[in-house]
Write a protein that binds this ligand. Structure first.
Ligand code: FE
Ligand code: MN
Length: 333
């Protein structure tokens, strides 16, 4: 008889995959494997011509550079949090199988920014260092780095209700906030170029990343809700309020980021639209972890929901490596 638990299981259960208990974790793992890709498979020739051919305004270049700067570091923050903070405390083998897959995907995502930097001939140090120079990026990164540090404290344990609450805060901070809110303005900005058939190499890589991130978000939400179901005593009004307030703070940071990326409008985008978009996304995330929505904002980018709703896209994405390599681009609209 298995006594598998998401956290705090007996040590013998950590290495015993069968019988599966959390079929959702195994499904996310299989789904990740079906979507394998590598950055260098995406041709960058047209992007190079556009970037070097003075076809972009200063404001357009700013949006692209800011997003390369943010994502290039954020992907490794997520990877480090999995390996250094989350993995140790998740005691279920099917979840660990997924975490190993996700960690590798984060390496691919970081690799992707290296590949873009090299292709466009950008100053790599400037891009990968931007989190230290640009306040709107530093604000988002620092918000999440503190959550990793809390779990790396040698005294940290999930064996107390307080510890489980801190663990949930980390999971919300990374899966719901970093991967579920902080990534989404950037996705919408870069994919707006792609919709105009410009910078399509970067656009295609962002589509692949977004597809991966949708699965990361879904796994994270299943993990959070699963831990709460197994430890209902920790899900107090005080914790729910703490998490909701954290998401509200993240919304402010993300709106500040969008304002910094878009001091003037481009591509039909402006900071006001992002204010609505970030609030709309935040409400959807709140609902999925059983918290009340806060904003009631409209969705100014309905075209993005095509991709956010992975279920709708699922059949499309269930392609083999050969199939997606031969396709010139993912279908979008
Ligand atoms: Fe990622
Ligand atoms: Mn991710």
């Amino acid at each position: 008889m298995t006594r598998k638990r998401l956290i705090n299981a007996d040590i013998v259960e950590v290495n015993q995959l069968f019988p599966l208990k959390y079929h959702w974790a195994w499904e996310h793992y299989l789904n990740g494997n079906r979507n394998h890709w590598q950055p260098q498979e995406v041709p960058m020739g047209r992007d190079v011509a556009t970037w070097k051919g003075n076809e972009l305004t200063e404001d357009e270049r700013r949006v692209i550079l800011r997003n390369l700067g943010f994502f290039s570091t954020a992907e490794s923050l997520v990877a480090n949090n999995i390996v250094l903070a989350i993995f140790r405390h998740v005691t279920n083998p099917e979840c660990r199988q997924y975490l190993l897959r996700q960690a590798f995907e984060e390496a691919i995502h970081t690799h992707c920014f290296h590949y873009i930097v090299e292709s466009l001939g950008l100053d790599g140090e400037e891009i990968f260092n931007m989190h230290q120079r640009v306040n709107s990026i530093a604000g988002k990164d620092e918000f999440d780095m503190g959550l990793t540090a809390a779990l790396m404290d040698p005294a940290f344990t999930t064996e107390t209700p307080e510890g489980i609450a801190v663990f949930l805060e980390n999971l919300v901070g990374f899966y719901v906030i970093m991967e579920g809110i902080f990534f989404y303005s950037g996705f919408a900005m870069i994919l707006s170029f792609h919709r105009q058939n410009r910078m399509t190499g970067i656009g295609q890589q962002f589509q692949y990343i977004l597809r991966d991130e949708s699965t990361h978000l879904n796994f994270g939400i299943d993990l959070i809700n699963g831990i709460v179901a197994e430890n209902p005593e920790v899900w107090t009004p005080a914790l729910r309020e703490r998490l909701s307030a954290k998401i509200a703070r993240a919304v402010e940071l993300e709106i500040a980021y969008a304002e910094d990326c878009l001091p003037r409008g481009i591509l039909g985008l402006n900071a006001d639209l992002f204010r609505d978009y970030v609030r709309h996304i935040a409400d959807r995330r709140l609902e999925r972890i059983g918290l009340a929505p806060r904003y009631g904002a409209p969705n100014p980018f309905p075209w993005m929901s095509e991709v956010i709703d992975l279920k709708k896209e699922k059949n499309f994405f269930e392609t083999t490596v050969t199939e997606y390599q031969s396709a010139s681009a993912l279908l979008w609209d």
